[in-house]
Ligand binder design. Structure first.
Ligand code: TXA
Ligand code: MG
Length: 316
């Protein structure tokens, strides 16, 4: 049975309460949600994604009062980050309360929390008045979906309810920051809330410094990847590549004339991020031999995009 789409939050809430999984829109990407309080449903999330049980889940909260159900402590840095960026695309890693399910934390002593900003997601969470776990709604290692149709493409024969909230406005997964007691805050996964915005609120650890207490699972180098081999192009691609009709292009603003399909995402990082995954889905459907990515600028505004592109590409 294929997935079913709905815009009805009552239907989505009822399904979650019955222990079913529901794909939900967030401002970043669609999530595969289960009630965090239902262990069997949490297990199903891992099973359906094909996700290793060593990779913990983010808990999505209806409001900041729920933080204390999950975190043993709210360090000052964490409070400042919540006040500045919630609701929004920031996940905060805190010390977990004793008793928090190790299915969710994958046995770590920390918990990742997020309060999403998407209006439909917020209404759903408020209606539930309960937390949901929600990894990106894709099979492990493939591209995160940013619209309901792409969720359906990930799980074509799954009896799954998809709450359709349209296209995700941010388009890349949330920034993950650890804010543990006695340590400087640290970016664990870059996102569209960037270093400059974070540093205006809290001092950040030098990201080159190893930190013994935080593991960052799920950061395997190949992730977010199309099925079609995806490679970097040089900024001025060769004429031979440009004449091939079986090579597709992801361009970023400079003129590019190629015989294969070209998607130009332009030179604004916010727009590029919003359209990136949908463009990879589109190119991936064209039966191409290769997708070539014209590298965006290496500036801080492009950091999260460069991180995801790096994981989508194979090394030549
Ligand atoms: O934007 C997002 O964050 C999306 C939407 C659906 O909210 N969710 C998402 O979830 O990207 P997922 O499962 O695809 O990625 C979550 C990442 C994983 O790399 C996981 O290892 C990391 O968060 N994570 C979860 N708990 C953690 C923890 N306690 N410490 C460090 N990393 C953690
Ligand atoms: Mg993911």
């Amino acid at each position: 049975m294929p997935p079913r789409c709905t815009t009805d939050i009552d239907e989505a809430a009822a399904a979650l309460r019955r222990g079913e999984l529901v794909a939900i829109p967030t401002e970043t990407v669609y999530g595969l949600a289960a009630l965090a309080s239902q262990p069997d449903s949490v297990d199903q999330v891992y099973a359906l994604k094909g996700r290793p049980s060593s990779n913990p889940l983010i808990v999505h909260l209806p409001n900041p009062e729920h933080v204390s159900n999950w975190a043993a402590e709210i360090p000052d840095n964490a409070q400042r980050l919540m006040d500045a960026f919630w609701p929004g695309p920031l996940t905060i890693v805190l010390p977990a309360r004793p008793g928090v399910s190790s299915r969710i934390t994958a046995g770590q002593n920390t918990i990742a929390l997020r309060l999403p900003a998407h209006p439909l997601c917020r209404s759903l969470l408020e209606k539930l008045d309960d937390a949901v776990v929600a990894p990106s709604a894709n099979r492990s290692k493939s591209i995160s979906p940013t619209c309901a149709e792409h969720v359906c493409r990930q799980f074509p024969i799954q009896d799954l309810l998809v709450l359709d909230g349209g296209a995700c406005p941010v388009g890349l997964e949330s920034t993950i920051v650890s804010a543990l007691p006695g340590e400087p805050a640290r970016i664990l996964r870059p996102g569209m809330i960037g270093v400059d915005q974070l540093e205006a609120i809290v001092p950040l650890a030098d990201s080159s410094m190893p930190l013994a207490s935080v593991r960052v699972p799920g950061q395997q180098s190949r992730h977010y990847a199309p099925r079609t081999p995806t490679l970097w192009s040089s900024r001025e691609p060769s004429a031979i590549l440009l004449t091939r009709t079986d090579v597709g292009w992801l361009n970023c603003g400079a003129p590019l004339v190629a015989s294969g399909p070209v998607i130009d995402l332009g030179n604004n990082p916010d727009v590029y991020a919003r359209k990136l995954y949908a463009s990879l889905y589109e190119l991936d459907q064209n039966h191409l031999s290769e997708i070539r990515i014209v590298p965006p600028p290496e500036t801080s505004a492009w950091q999260a995009i460069l991180n995801r592109l790096g994981r989508a590409t194979t090394i030549e």
